[in-house]
Design a protein around this ligand. Structure first.
Ligand code: SME
Length: 187
């Protein structure tokens, strides 16, 4: 009897350890997959920008690249700073609100705080501006020309918790490539 119990216990322990190992492996392979996607996006963005210096055309292609390459994204685009408000720029997705005052919504807060904001659940973000009812998660990345704020890159997802630090890192790298390409164009 004791032997049977001992055996059962160790089988349960082994199963739990195996499950943990599998979960860890799956998380790390997902992270590797994401890293590969962002590395590939950097190459594709550079190729799209090569030889072209029309800011609007490049921003439009950049948003299309993100929208069509990243899974579970229902809106990807820009808001640019005009005076003290953000104004809708090139994007992919449903029509969106055109003007966002500084400090309002996720975009306005990211622009005011000059930092990337990841919102796992937009319904829990005070003051979130709902442009698309399908959106449940959001990430907003500010764009800088040196110290100067140019605007923000905004991505929405229908999946709660869709964006993480890896997305923030990947998108910041892409935005740096984009702005670096546009620098010195007199904007
Ligand atoms: N949700 C954003 C508004 C822009 S749309 O998502 C495209 C916000 O709260 O700032």
């Amino acid at each position: 009897m004791t032997a049977v119990l001992t055996k059962r216990k160790s089988t349960t322990k082994r199963t739990a350890t195996t499950k943990k190992k599998r979960a860890k492996k799956s998380a790390s392979s997902k992270a590797n997959e994401k890293a590969k996607v962002y590395a590939s996006l950097v190459v594709q963005l550079m190729s799209l920008l090569k030889g072209e210096h029309d800011f609007i055309a490049n921003a439009a292609n950049f948003s299309a690249l993100l929208f069509n390459s990243l899974p579970n994204v229902n809106w990807a685009g820009f808001y640019f700073l005009h005076g003290d408000e953000l104004v809708l720029g090139p994007f992919q997705g449903n029509p969106a609100c055109v003007r966002i005052p500084m400090g309002k919504g996720v975009c306005g807060v990211a622009a005011q705080q000059l930092e990337t904001i990841i919102v796992p659940n937009v319904h829990e973000f005070p003051g979130h501006i709902a442009c698309d009812v399908a959106s449940n998660a959001e990430i907003v990345v500010p764009l800088f020309d040196g110290e100067r704020l140019l605007g923000v890159l905004d991505l929405d997802s229908p999946t709660i918790g869709r964006f993480d630090d890896q997305d923030a890192e990947g998108l910041n790298e892409l935005v740096t490539v984009f702005v670096g390409h546009e620098q010195g164009l007199g904007r």
